[in-house]
Write a protein that binds this ligand. Structure first.
Ligand code: BDP
Length: 643
């Protein structure tokens, strides 16, 4: 690779602060939506500098005219779609293109319709052109980005609109997650210009357009953002709202809050206010109430006069009324103690990689129901908005984690990284702030929080997160010793990962009770904060059996879980407020001597079939749900989940 100029190009690209709103693109009487999923044209830039696409300006004409293209499904990772190993492990710029015809009514040049192009996510760095004109750039692989493309598409009605995307999956010390490019210069060992992408996190760096791409419309004066927070006490709830409108300062706003029967329970007007709801139906987690996930509909109506015409924009936001509080020993939802019995997940499946896929999503939610899980952490990056919508609807409680994973080298704790991390938290909170399922933000997973710069880094990052959203607790997930961790003083809940008798004392299940008890006691004595065991687990190869249990057998995975559970059962009477298994399902990783076609710590296989450990966890989770629930025994009422 000549001088790594493609890497320099990536590093030099600027990054704009996020614009104000990022409402999910919903169809309403004033907004239309067109899905751009399906087959896109695709080419990976294999030129020595990976920069041919920019030198030859591939975005200026149809991609097929500048070289060969293949069909690539969207959404999907590109890595596992072909038989080409060089695409599987490709690093650098790839190009996507789609031509779309837009309805003529979107293209009237009366300037009253706004056409927006929106990507649910694309990994990692994106540059987007429409008809050869650059419309946006975005850094970060797991959050949405969009641009107003009205002026470009309205200037040539009737001709197809050509969307070109250049996407780069290279990770640097300053990206989130970070990575490094290593050039192998020993000519006796490696071919010329040989390099590898190093990462310090344990999942495959899948890349591509991973989530839905849509075009949607709004009127030219439009509701740009809505922020809702809720409080409740003594049969009265207060829904505080703020609405921002873009396009004019002369507008009126009216709001109605409807219950699930369609009855209006409160009304308001103006850009900010409080809606008072008597005898509210609270949003409850799954298995904590017979009607979990209750959401009202907040209908927001904006009217504006523009050049003599009345413009109206309507947007309906689902609103769950619930409160979250943390004490030194408890996590309270609506004033009641909540115990996280859940999982860590990945967005990961055969063939599609990290591409959004409804069948996989629904299968996963059905498995969560089967398991009796009430929560998950979005390890190790924000998940698709469609998944988050289902968590809101089903009452699955979420610890919403940003892509701060693999932050290990001192360079990744510098100001450049911190500034980017702050922006990522802004984007995440802007996207998920109104979600009742999100009860806590996680700003990182297993950073090297013992390094001196970590203290300032986490103090600043957590303060910024709390300033953006004072209504939710903030954490990060640590695997550093309690006495050395420099970020822990700033979190609300201690989230700790440990792999006793796996990475430490492998094969020695008998050390777990003592080591785990000591771990909990040290953390609680030091910080007097509640603790979640945010990861624990063991790899198992399905079908591999051994009694007495040996590592990698299904029996060992079960036995390890049971040892952990006996300590959890003692400590959850005190200050342990949750347990999240690592991992829900097996998932793909980089190749390595400790990985057999990926990480096998799933209690389900990558194809979502249960290993023996899944039954252990299922029995336990339903038992805990029945103990702590005020409901009549619900162990058989799995249908609660389905509405
Ligand atoms: C933890 C990481 C997680 C890994 C897991 C493992 O947080 O991402 O997959 O270890 O090694 O340290 O299985």
């Amino acid at each position: 690779m000549a001088g790594g100029c493609w890497l320099l190009l990536l590093l030099a690209l600027g990054r704009a602060a996020p614009p104000a709103g990022m409402l999910y693109p919903r169809e309403t009487p004033s907004r239309e939506r067109k899905e751009l999923g399906g087959l896109w044209s695709f080419r990976a830039d294999f030129s020595p500098g990976r920069d041919a696409g920019f030198v030859q300006r591939w975005y200026r004409q149809p991609l097929r005219q500048t070289g060969p293209v293949i069909d690539m499904p969207v959404p999907a990772s590109f890595n596992d779609i072909t038989q080409d190993p060089s695409l599987e492990n490709y690093i650098g710029w790839v190009w996507y293109e789609k031509e779309v015809l837009l309805p003529l009514r979107w293209l009237q040049e009366d300037f009253n319709t706004r056409v927006v192009l929106r990507f649910g996510s694309a990994h990692y760095y994106s540059i987007v052109w429409v008809n050869g004109v650059q419309v946006m750039e975005h850094e970060g692989g797991h959050l949405p980005f969009e641009a107003d493309i009205s002026s470009i598409v309205q200037s040539s009605p009737g001709t197809p609109c050509r969307i070109t995307v250049a996407l780069n999956n290279t990770l640097t010390p300053y990206t989130l997650p970070p990575g490094t490019i290593q050039y192998m210069n020993d000519k006796t060992k490696y071919p010329k210009n040989y390099f590898v992408q190093n990462i310090r996190f344990d999942f495959f760096n899948y890349a591509g357009i991973h989530r839905p791409v849509v075009l949607y419309t709004t009127p030219s004066v439009y509701i740009d953002d809505i922020t809702v927070t809720t409080t409740s006490s003594d049969n009265v709830a207060m829904v505080q709202y703020q609405v921002s409108v873009v396009g004019s300062t002369l507008y009126s706003l009216s709001l109605s809050l409807r219950d699930q029967e369609g009855k209006v329970v409160a009304t308001g007007d103006g850009p900010a206010g409080v809606l008072k709801v008597l005898n509210p139906n609270l949003w409850w987690p799954y298995l904590m109430h017979e009607n979990p996930g209750y959401r009202y509909s907040l209908e927001v109506k904006m009217q504006a006069q523009v050049n003599g015409a009345l413009l109206e924009d309507l947007y309906t936001l689902p609103v769950g009324i619930r409160t979250v509080h943390v004490t030194s020993t408890q996590f309270l939802i609506n004033g009641k103690p909540f115990y996280f019995h859940g999982v860590n997940k990945h967005e990961d499946a055969d063939i599609r990689g990290k591409g959004f896929d409804w069948p996989v999503v629904m299968k996963d939610f059905n498995l969560l129901r089967w398991l009796g899980a009430n929560s998950f952490r979005t390890s190790h990056y924000p998940y698709a908005e469609e998944i988050m919508d289902l968590c809101d609807a089903y009452g699955i409680v979420v610890i919403d984690e940003c892509p701060g994973v693999g932050i290990k080298i001192p360079e990744s704790f510098g100001n450049k990284s911190l500034q980017h991390h702050l922006v990522v938290m802004e984007e995440l909170i802007r996207r998920d702030k109104n979600r009742p399922s999100v009860v806590m933000w996680s700003v990182a997973n297993e950073p090297a929080s013992e390094l001196p710069p970590a203290a300032y880094y986490f103090k600043t990052l957590i303060a910024h997160t709390k300033a953006l959203d004072p209504s939710r607790p903030v954490t990060f997930v640590t695997d550093v010793n309690y006495a050395l961790d420099l970020g822990a003083p700033y979190v609300d809940v201690i989230c700790v990962n440990s792999y006793f008798s796996w990475y430490h004392d492998p094969g020695h299940l008998e050390v777990i009770p003592l080591q785990l008890t000591t771990q909990f006691e040290n953390w609680h004595k030091t910080y007097q904060k509640p603790i979640i065991q945010s990861e624990y687990g063991a790899d198992s190869i399905p079908g591999l059996h051994s009694d007495p249990p040996l590592m990698f057998s299904e029996e060992y995975q079960k036995a390890l879980l049971r040892e952990y559970h006996s300590v959890f059962d003692k400590k959850r009477k005190e200050y342990v407020i949750g347990e999240l298994i690592w991992n829900f399902a097996d998932f793909m990783t980089n190749q390595g001597t400790t990985r057999v076609l990926g990480n096998k710590k799933g209690i389900f296989t990558r194809q979502r079939q249960p290993k023996s450990a899944a039954f252990v966890l299922r029995e336990r989770y339903w038992k805990i749900a029945n103990e702590s629930s005020c409901l009549p025994p619900i162990i058989k009422s799995h249908t609660l989940f389905l509405k």
